[in-house]
Design a protein around this ligand. Sequence first.
Ligand code: NCD
Ligand code: ZN
Ligand code: ZN
Ligand code: ZN
Length: 419
Amino acid sequence: MPDMVICGKMFVEGALQYAEVAVDDGKISAVAKHIPGGDERIELGSSKTVLPGFIDPHVHLRDPGMTQKEDFSTGTLSALCGGVTCILDMPNTKPPVTDLETLMDKKRMVKGRSYVDYGFFAALSPGARINLLAPHVPAFKLFMGSTTGNILLNDDAEIAPLMEQIAATGLPLSVHGEDDAMISKEPEKCNRDHLRNRPVAAEFSCIDRLSRYPGVRVNICHTTNAEQVERAKAAGFTTEVTMHHLLFNADRNPDAFCKVNPPLRDEPTRVGLFESFRQGRIDMFGSDHAPHTVSEKEQEYGSAPGGIPGVETTIPIALDLVRSGVISMKQIVAMGSFNAASVFNLNKGSITEGKDADFAIYDFRDVREIDVRRLHSKCGWSPYGGMRAVFPDMVITGGRVALEDGEPCGEPAGRDIRG
Ligand code: NCD
Ligand code: ZN
Ligand code: ZN
Ligand code: ZN
């Protein structure tokens, strides 16, 4: 008898169809038209839709070192409530994750506090011991432009020897691709100024420079424009996009709350990026969930840190785009789950025998306006308040119900995917 059987309309083999899925020991043990029994049997009515749990390959949960902004419990709870059952956490925590000891300390510190599965990036720094780090991480991270965290590495002479070692590990390399040498440090008072200081040319430069290392699986984070996406694809790189770069521009959202790296661009550039997205040119959503406190964001523009929270809102907003016919369900599942699983080698991303039993279940009639007070990030603000979104009704992680009737339930049971 399977531990659990879920019955309903689900995204199986590329389409929504009625199916039943059996779960044993946290994994999918069968998918069929009918599976009898189940110690726990979840019969979903026809109004529910079961999708593979979503994967966010780009979050900053701030733990350890900046837990006034977010911590591992609040950040992963926020993920869970947004239908995300696995997050990959960036290394710009304090101290930065550039060596094995810091990585292992971070793993110890968050243990038992995560509501979803997780993995940690290690950052490239001069002389980093890539071989020691590789068995414990899904991927590496390279910051070529200055941003929160000061782990900038933009010197080709220092990058080149590391690239050889990364190629040998076969692991992907996510890149903050703004060439710091092309970022101007002129004073800034609004997002227009930030945009002027950080041109798209700085993004193109990184793609050119990284294409000298064909053995490395480069992933370009937070793409901001269509040309960058095409250049990255031509170089054989994968790409991520955030909801803020898809929906906002520097003029409509001028203040420091929407200060972010890379910057929000102008409206024509945003429209071009959205069109790339609509045409399926971008591989993944990466929320770049970058919580900062309200008081940090309320400082004068020049001193305010860059970054926008989004782990809880990205997929719900994307699903509203499905509901309103802007984008297909298939594309959202690909960008939000399947592609990230394949890029980062996670045993997730589809409702298939053998995969982890992670599911996000929705009632598409339940469209809501985002109420910032009901989000779970410690930072307490969001630029998405009032926007329409479809939040999960139920979430199952590793075969356990972790969210029911829209509310989280149970203990944090998330696992380190490279633990
Ligand atoms: C991120 C942060 O705050 O950690 N900020 C941002 O503006 N995106 C860092 C980053 O991803 O660049
Ligand atoms: Zn049946
Ligand atoms: Zn970045
Ligand atoms: Zn980031």
